[in-house]
Write a protein that binds this ligand. Sequence first.
Ligand SMILES: Cc1ncc(COP(=O)(O)O)c(C=O)c1O
Length: 392
Amino acid sequence: MDFLLADGGGWVVVIYLDNAASSWPKPPEVAAKMEECLREYGANPGRGSHALSMKASRVIFEARRKVAGLFGVKNPDNVIFTQNATEALNLGILGLLKPGDHAITTMLEHNSVRRPLEYVRRERGVELTYVQADERGRLLAESVRNAIRENTKLIVVTHGSNLTGTLLPVGEIGAIAKEHGVVLMVDVCQTAGVYPIDVEAMNIGMLAFTGHKGLYGPQGTGGLYLHPEVELEPLMHGGSGGYSELLEMPKTRPDRYEAGTRNTVGIAGLLAGISVVESKGLDKIREHEETLAYQLHQGLEAIGGVTVYGPPLSEPRVPIVSFTVEGYESHEVGFILDRNYGICVRSGLHCAPVAHETIGTVEQGVVRASVGLFNTEEDVKALLDAVAEIAG
Ligand SMILES: Cc1ncc(COP(=O)(O)O)c(C=O)c1O
């Protein structure tokens, strides 16, 4: 679907294929609910007993319930709102790991997982093991089992790679984690709103999500589900609305991990975004996006000089297709697509340098096209025609 984008002096038509970075456009309901919050009740949630503060608190509670429902969380108080997935990942990793602990992660992780893990390795003497993936970005649950040691406290894996589109066997890894009494943390940035996720069935101890991708909320929203028996050191210390007499953060959730005023406007938008996802239905969204991603993958593979990365066509993938064009830096391809064809994709290294090492694209990076709710077959065709011209 073409969209008009206000660009300085005028309007230009764009085809947006960068939904893995941030979904766009947002459903109109999201902007409407954010505007309603700003205009009608945007007081401080949980910091007063007057009508507007109570209304703001109710909206945040409603959003917490919505997130809990989406991920099979029994008690919404175990959902902590953060400003993005990165903050949720830092809260979980820095809050759990202590000197002498061992953590396991994979070669496919985003820097939002890798950097906090490398930080606790450097600063706290936490031991860290990276589990290898093959050159298509696939990884066996058994290789996670083989990395477990006596002092392993945490396994952190992405559910879907933002580079290769690989879906990791989170259910199997969860069963292994449970067997060994290890906490499993899952980064669902690329799968929330598209794939079914159930923290109970998958034995997930911590789940980090972002609001601005497949949940169609605004940037500045995200959160962490925390299993009732997993305790963390808070990442931030400050006002939480209640228990003001205490010198430390309260013991109760979510207050313990939510220091400072929450992003009520953003959370109102996130609530609207998840409601849209629910009313469309995960199955329908997934079918739509997987169909377009399949067409993209198949079409790109048929163009001479184009290499597509990630799992083969016969295997499921999150709706992301990464590719390179022979003779071009990936940045050049991204630039030409933008300037000459009005197509928005991401190019370069995708915040996942070890994943690039794994698939052999550290030097040239990749061009990544990622589809969302509002993309159409015409968008796919436009990209394929453009790439064919560039490659030809
Ligand atoms: C797999 C993965 N993890 C983490 C993140 C970080 O998300 P945010 O920037 O919302 O914190 C992203 C975003 O690109 C991602 O794709």
